[in-house]
Ligand binder design. Structure first.
Ligand code: FAD
Length: 412
């Protein structure tokens, strides 16, 4: 028998990264009177990912951080730049403390947990009904925050992946410099199409996450990632026979200019990757999720609708589409693109730019520092593609030519 569905003010459909940050923010803003439900067949616990992100110190997640660095290295075949991030810092947050924090928030908020997959959402403009895939009602809510993974509304003009494998390496003697993380190390062999880099996030002098990442159209095989990581460890001068791989971390993050709908209906808000929080040109997502979680809790605390600002300004999404296109079509080399970005701008500007938090004047400066001519080609190509897509979707009615097919028939 299906127990009668519960009625809440706010249902979180999907209880992963974005929802965990929302739960923590609701708790922090002391929204204990709010009736909340979380719908997810999986109750996220433990370590399934490591988030790296930058921001000003002193934020809400600071007590949960595993490590943070005020200086990071960007390395290219031409040399090493040490970037002082002050007043920002680069930080590492493992998923286990975030999920624990969300579970504690859930308890304090008295949230209902529904351990079933959600299917369709029906929004009548006043309330949203959440069904399971068999069409049974799971919950009714005033608002739904939906973070279930989904593809973009339509395929992007460029679709890449950020895909990676990391080893948590343990050493018996001091091996890593805990004061310095490597943000991006482009000395790795570059793929034919795409860009690759390694990075190192040391927790202390004997323990670090060493990762190999590619921005490219397709994943590698298991053996391919292992070989790439072995190669990167050799570049770092690490003797793998003296190190233990304590944990493995794999991941795929979409990098696409395909649109994600942040608000598919009046009372449904999409969050996380599904809501467009993943920055197409870098895959970074966490800072936007954190920002939006706080905006949602603040709005609810003020008696307003839980609708955050878009994850990134429209002009950033356009710039990302251009950058992705330029990289994909080979208008610009990946290493050259990132090296110039860090060479010709203060690090703080670059990091804020990558988070979507710069002003138009700063963005102009960033644009100027990128290889301008090839980028212009990419901008024009992007504009032509947009126009083509628009014309395909919204064709201007024309007088049919003699002998042309009737409307509605597929062309060959
Ligand atoms: C290994 C890894 C490392 C990453 N590292 C970084 C990083 O360093 N920095 C950064 O900025 N970003 C990073 N990201 C990207 C991004 O921050 C994470 O993917 C983040 O977890 C996205 O949060 P989310 O809520 O959108 O999705 P998820 O955390 O994946 O949560 C989605 C939830 O939806 C649930 N779900 C699925 N189907 C249903 C259904 N039918 N009904 C109900 N619930 C459902 C799932 O069980 C899951 O709990 C990383 C991603 C991965 C995979």
């Amino acid at each position: 028998m299906n127990p009668s569905p519960i009625d809440v003010d706010l249902a979180l459909v999907g209880g992963g990264g974005a929802a965990s940050l929302v739960l923590a923010a609701l708790d922090r803003h002391d929204l204990t009177g709010l009736r909340v439900a979380v719908v997810d067949p999986v109750h996220k616990r433990g370590q399934d990912r490591t988030w790296a992100f930058w921001g000003a110190p002193g934020g809400d997640v600071d007590p949960l951080l595993t490590a943070s660095w005020s200086r990071v290295d960007v390395v290219t075949p031409a040399g090493r730049r040490v970037l002082s991030l002050d007043p920002l810092r680069y930080a590492m947050l493992r998923s286990a403390p975030v999920y624990d924090r969300a579970a504690a928030a859930e308890r304090r908020l008295g949230a209902a947990r529904i351990g079933a997959p959600a299917g369709t959402l029906h929004d009548d403009g006043h309330r949203v009904t959440v069904y399971d895939p068999a069409g049974r009602v799971l919950v009714r809510a005033g608002w739904v925050l939906d973070s279930r993974p989904r593809p973009p509304e339509r395929p992007g003009r460029t679709t890449w992946l950020q895909h990676f494998r990391g080893w948590w390496l343990a050493a018996d003697r001091p091996t890593f410099d805990p004061d310095r993380a490597v943000l991006m190390d482009f000395r790795t062999p570059q793929p034919v199409r795409g860009v690759s880099f390694g990075y190192v996030l040391p927790v202390d002098d004997r323990y670090a996450l060493v990762e190999y990442t590619e921005f490219s159209p397709a994943q590698l095989t298991d053996a391919g990632y292992d070989a790439a990581l072995r190669g990167y460890a050799a570049l770092l001068g690490l003797d793998l026979t003296a190190l233990r791989v304590r944990e493995l971390e794999n991941g795929i993050i979409p990098m696409t200019d395909g649109p994600f709908l942040p608000r598919p209906s009046p009372r449904v808000v999409r969050l996380g990757t599904a809501g467009g929080a993943t920055r197409p040109s870098t895959g970074f997502t966490f800072a936007a999720m954190l920002r939006q979680a706080d905006q949602i809790a603040r709005a609810l605390a003020a008696g307003q609708a839980p609708v955050p600002a878009p994850a990134y300004p429209r002009r950033h999404r356009w710039l990302d589409a251009v950058a992705l296109r330029a990289l994909d079509r080979g208008h610009v080399g990946g290493v050259e693109f990132f090296a110039r970005l860090f060479d010709r701008n203060p690090p703080e500007r670059v990091l804020r730019f990558l988070d979507g938090a710069t002003s138009p004047a700063e963005e102009l400066a960033v644009m100027r520092s990128s290889p301008l001519l090839p980028m212009t080609g990419a901008v024009l190509g992007d504009a032509v593609d947009r126009l083509r897509v628009r014309l395909r979707r919204d064709p201007t009615p024309t007088v049919p030519e003699a002998g042309s097919r009737a409307a509605g028939q597929a062309g060959s």
